[in-house]
Write a protein that binds this ligand. Structure first.
Ligand code: IDP
Ligand code: MG
Length: 140
């Protein structure tokens, strides 16, 4: 088992409903450690840059509006196979398809307001972590 780090974001629908602690408890119960965390209100430019990979998708503009509609909590999760493990805990993008017991099944409001972001590969995790955190802010 490889110890990895992945980027997680608690989205505005989650912070609005005061779910930060409940969602973090899911990560910790699954063996992932919160080795960095901060609460931010993203600017439009920051949201567009973070989701640039989706710039050609039909939902891009709405997604950037949603991600700037309230505070987010950005965090680094560390643990064995953290990228894939976090994706399991999160559940499918569309909560209608998410497995029982996943964060999105239990908390997501819609396919867009789906409570959490998680990196989808080790390579993207490294880039997404560097987008939000400097090395000194990550304490394993
Ligand atoms: P993921 O977050 O499960 O990795 P992605 O395909 O990377 O899913 O999409 C990024 C985010 O864009 C999703 O988490 C969701 O908030 C939003 N999104 C994805 N597909 C749709 C859609 O079909 N309609 C509206 N929003 C979407
Ligand atoms: Mg994704």
């Amino acid at each position: 088992m490889t110890v990895e780090r992945t980027l997680s974001i608690l989205k505005p629908d989650a912070t609005r409903r005061n779910l930060t602690g409940q969602i973090n408890a899911r990560f910790e119960a699954a063996g992932l450690r919160l080795v960095a965390q901060k609460r931010l209100w993203l600017s439009r430019a920051q949201a567009e840059a973070f989701y640039a990979v989706h710039a050609q998708r039909p939902f891009y503009n709405d997604l950037c509006s949603f991600m700037t509609s309230g505070p987010v909590v950005v965090q680094v999760l560390e643990g064995g196979n953290a990228v894939a493990r976090n994706r399991e805990i999160m559940g499918a993008t569309n909560p209608a398809n998410a497995a029982d017991g996943t964060i999105r099944k239990d908390f997501a409001e819609s396919i867009e307001a789906n409570s959490v972001h998680g990196s989808d590969s080790a390579e993207n995790a490294a880039a997404e972590i560097a987008f939000f955190f400097s090395g000194i802010e990550i304490v394993g």
